[in-house]
Design a protein around this ligand. Structure first.
Ligand SMILES: *[C@@H]1O[C@H](CO)[C@@H](O)[C@H](O)[C@H]1NC(C)=O
Ligand SMILES: [Zn+2]
Length: 321
C-alpha cells in the first residue's frame, strides 16, 4: 500500500514545494487566471462563494456516494462486522435534499445580500463603493471584524457585488494561506465540537449530526441549521484572521469540502488525505467514524494533535466521579 500513495505524495510534495520555493514560476499563470476571473460578473457577485460551495459539495459528495455504494469492501462498518451482506444505509431522497440545500443557502444569501464583503488586500474605498457608499464621505473600517451593512436605496436595494483585490496572490502566499487556514479551522472547530458534546444545550443541536445508522458521505451535511452556520462562520473566520486573498478563498472551498466529505466517508481509501500526509498527522475517516459510532473521543476534524493532547491530559489527571 505504501507504494500506491508514493506517486500522489510525490506529486503533491513537488507542487507545494515548488509553489513555495519558486513563486516566479507560477506568477504568469496566476496573473492570467486572476485577470480572467476578475472580468467575470459571476466571480464578482456577492453570492459567488455561497453557490460555489454548493456546486463543489454536490460534485464531491456524488463521487463519494458512488464509490461508497459500489464498494462495500471499503466500508469501515462492514469491515468491522465482517458482514458484507449488511443492508446499505438509507440515502436521503432527492426531495429531502432540496430542503437541505435551501436551509444551507438561505441564511448565507441573507448575509451575502445585506453585508459588505471585507476581504484581505482590498482598498477600503472599493469596499465602500461596493456597499453603495460615497467613499469620500464615509469612514469605514476595512477590518472583517467591523461588519458594515449595505446602504439600501431604491437604486441599490441589495449588496450584489463584492470588492476584490486588484492583484493576484503569489503561489507562496496561496500555499501558506491554504495550509494556515486549514490548521486554524481544525483547532477552532475542535473546541467548538467539544462544546457541542459537553454542553447540554449545544448537545441537542449536534445530535442531528449523530442521528444515523452506518456513517456515509451524506452525513457530512446532515446538520442542524445552527451548527452548519457555526461551521461556515468558523471557516470564514479561519480565512479572515490571516487576511486570505480571494483566490485563496476560492481554492479553500474544494479542499475544505473534500476533507469534510472524506472524514465522513465511512471508508478507508488509498487516496484519503490521511494517506497523503505523513503518518500520524491526520485523523482521517477512521478516527471520525469512531467518533460517530461512539461519540466519546476524537473531536478534531482533520488532524490529531488536539485529540492526542486531550487523551494525554485525561491519562495524567483522570476526572474523578
Ligand atoms: C465571510 O467573511 C467576509 C469578510 O468579512 C464577509 O464579508 C462575509 O459576509 C462572510 N461570509 C459569511 C458567510 O459569513
Ligand atoms: Zn460529534
Amino acid at each position: 500500500m505504501a507504494s500506491s500513495v508514493l506517486l500522489p505524495r510525490l506529486a503533491l510534495g513537488l507542487t507545494l514545494g515548488s509553489a513555495i520555493a519558486f513563486p516566479t514560476l507560477y506568477q504568469p499563470a496566476l496573473e492570467k487566471l486572476y485577470a480572467y476571473v476578475l472580468a467575470s460578473s459571476i466571480f464578482r457577485a456577492s453570492t459567488f462563494e455561497t453557490f460555489w460551495t454548493v456546486i463543489i459539495y454536490a460534485i464531491i459528495e456524488s463521487l463519494y456516494i458512488a464509490k461508497f455504494t459500489h464498494n462495500p469492501q471499503l466500508r469501515l462498518a462492514v469491515k468491522k462486522d465482517e458482514d458484507s451482506t449488511k443492508p446499505r444505509p438509507k440515502m436521503r431522497r432527492p426531495t429531502h435534499r432540496i430542503k437541505e440545500g435551501f436551509t444551507y443557502i438561505a441564511p448565507l444569501l441573507l448575509l451575502d445580500l445585506t453585508m459588505i464583503k471585507k476581504f484581505g488586500g482590498v482598498p477600503v474605498q472599493d469596499m465602500a463603493l461596493s456597499g453603495n457608499y460615497d467613499p469620500n464621505k464615509v469612514s469605514m473600517r476595512g477590518n472583517f471584524l467591523a461588519p458594515s451593512l449595505h446602504r439600501f436605496t431604491f437604486d441599490s436595494p441589495l449588496q450584489t457585488t463584492r470588492a476584490l483585490p486588484p492583484t493576484p496572490p503569489t503561489s507562496r502566499q496561496l500555499v501558506f494561506q491554504l495550509a494556515a487556514s486549514i490548521v486554524i479551522y481544525d483547532s477552532v472547530f475542535f473546541f467548538f465540537h467539544l462544546a457541542l458534546h459537553k454542553l447540554p444545550l449545544l448537545d441537542k443541536i449536534h445530535s442531528m449530526h449523530h442521528k444515523h445508522g452506518e456513517i456515509n458521505p451524506q452525513i457530512t451535511n446532515q446538520l442542524d441549521v445552527f451548527e452548519r452556520l457555526g461551521l461556515v462562520l468558523l471557516a470564514n473566520f479561519s480565512l479572515n484572521i490571516i487576511g486570505s486573498h480571494v483566490l485563496t478563498r476560492t481554492l479553500f472551498v474544494p479542499m475544505f469540502v473534500w476533507l469534510l466529505v472524506d472524514i465522513h466517508s465511512g471508508m478507508t481509501q488509498e487516496w484519503g488525505y490521511d494517506k497523503l500526509l505523513p503518518a500520524g498527522w491526520a485523523a482521517g475517516s477512521k478516527r471520525h467514524s469512531h467518533h460517530h459510532q461512539h461519540g466519546t473521543k476524537y473531536y478534531e476534524p482533520f488532524f490529531n494533535w488536539w485529540d492526542d493532547a486531550l487523551e494525554w491530559f485525561a491519562k495524567k489527571s483522570p476526572v474523578k466521579g
